[in-house]
Design a protein around this ligand. Structure first.
Ligand code: NAP
Ligand code: MG
Length: 393
């Protein structure tokens, strides 16, 4: 069989167990079928240290240039990691660095495996959470008030009383920017269009009339001016509702929509959604920019505990599905951008093969533990089972 040719994508290698799996996914599932063409950046912690973390910035810039990237999970160092790896300093989170270069929105979507039933019985399709990763309480100024005093918001020539404190308390000042909200809205509308699902946006504009009201009206304006026709043509809709109503509706829904949320709401609800859909190991994630750059990854980390067992020579049953879907997501997007249907087809086949293996009863321990009577296989046996199903369907 002739291998599929492709234009380059950015490949960001990572750490620990996921780095081991990364290599095997390429060897077993990709290289036999594709003439893999990647611009390789080693974001493994030792190389980030050797390059003073410049490799992370270079990789992010490459993603801007090539428009499509796939990333392996990486360690965000803490004090213990600094010691473990003998690091020169405590580097920032690579995902944070990449996000600040690309300035995009992260969409997190659970992968529904056959036989794994969501905690919410009526969820039949995944819910994608889009979190606005800018501003609000994450960059707020806070004060502890320790005695009676008047707290005010002051802007040139104008002030508003927040509260006239009669005793100790707390006060916080948060902000956001129209430009950031607008770009978030546009990215969400484009992404919903891309995957042909409804877009929900929810906040609390009845209470924060100016603050959340601004979010609501910017979303509405961007929709009216730029997306109404496109959404109608695609048969999807935009839906605004209050956050508390949205939470209730989401639980009663069948899933299958994109849910845009403010920074804090997205932080909290994305963890709730992923837990309720089943396994954290089955969550995929893509960073999308307003001008259409895509970086795909698994949402889970480097699975450290498995890695230490692997280093001792044990075979581990680590789930590679989210990492495989990062690759298939990137390859599909490359195929779509370049109008190369055989690459898109291959990505579909690869994802279907993962699901087929699971429905044939071949799965890793994390999934087996969610199904009664299922037996777990090790990672390499799972990868081989997926390869067989890519070939034979
Ligand atoms: P983690 O690597 O996601 O693992 C937490 C636990 O979840 C694992 O010990 C394992 O449970 C289970 N798990 C996660 N992924 C799995 C998979 N694919 N297959 C089977 N089980 C899986 O999170 P962490 O232990 O908090 O973080 C480890 C390192 O990853 C840290 O250094 C952190 O900085 C980094 N991290 C990176 C990213 C990223 O690059 N996007 C995200 C999060 C964390 P059992 O051990 O019980 O089997
Ligand atoms: Mg969180």
């Amino acid at each position: 069989m002739a291998r599929i040719k492709m234009n380059p994508i950015v490949e960001m290698d990572g750490d620990e167990m996921t780095r081991v799996i990364w290599e095997n996914i390429k060897k077993i599932l990709l290289e036999p079928f594709i003439e893999l063409n990647t611009e390789y950046y080693d974001l493994g912690l030792p190389n980030r240290d050797a390059t003073d973390d410049n490799v992370t910035v270079e990789a992010a810039n490459a993603a801007k240039r090539l428009r499509v990237a796939v990333k392996c999970a990486t360690i965000t160092p803490n004090a213990q990691r600094v010691e473990e790896y003998g690091l020169k300093r405590m580097y920032k989170s690579p995902n944070g660095t990449i996000r600040s270069v690309l300035d995009g929105t992260i969409f997190r979507t659970p992968i529904l495996a056959p036989g794994v039933t969501p905690e919410v019985r009526n969820w039949k399709m995944p819910i994608t959470v889009a979190r606005h990763s800018y501003g609000d309480i994450y960059s707020a100024a806070e004060f502890r008030v320790d005695r009676p005093c008047m707290a005010q918001l002051v802007r040139a020539g104008e002030s508003k009383t927040i509260y006239n404190f009669e005793g100790p308390g707390v006060v916080s000042g948060q902000y956001n920017k129209d430009s950031s909200i607008e770009s978030f809205a546009r990215t969400c509308f484009s992404y919903a269009l891309d995957i042909k699902q409804d877009l929900w946006f929810s906040c609390k504009d009845t209470i924060a009339k100016i603050y959340d009201g601004t979010f609501r009206s910017i979303f509405q304006r961007v929709y009216d001016e730029e997306y109404t026709d496109k959404f109608e043509k695609a048969g999807i809709s935009y839906f605004y509702t209050l956050i508390d109503d949205a939470v209730a509706r989401a639980v009663r829904s069948e899933g299958g929509f994109v849910w845009a949320l403010k920074n804090y709401d997205g932080d909290v609800l994305s963890d709730m959604i992923s837990a309720a859909f089943g396994a954290m190991s089955m969550m995929k994630s893509v960073l999308v920019t307003e001008d259409g750059n895509y970086e795909y990854e698994a949402a889970h980390g480097t699975v450290t505990r498995h890695y230490y067992r692997w280093k001792k020579g044990e075979k581990t049953s680590t789930n590679p599905i989210a990492t495989i879907f990062a690759w298939s997501g990137a390859l599909r997007k490359r195929g779509e951008i370049d109008s190369q249907p055989e690459l898109v087809d291959f990505s579909d086949r690869l994802e279907a093969a993962c699901m087929k293996a699971v429905s044939d009863g071949i799965m890793t321990g994390d999934l087996a533990s969610l199904m009664s009577g299922a037996k777990a296989v090790d990672t390499d046996s799972f990868l081989t089972a997926v390869r067989d199903r890519v070939i034979n369907g």
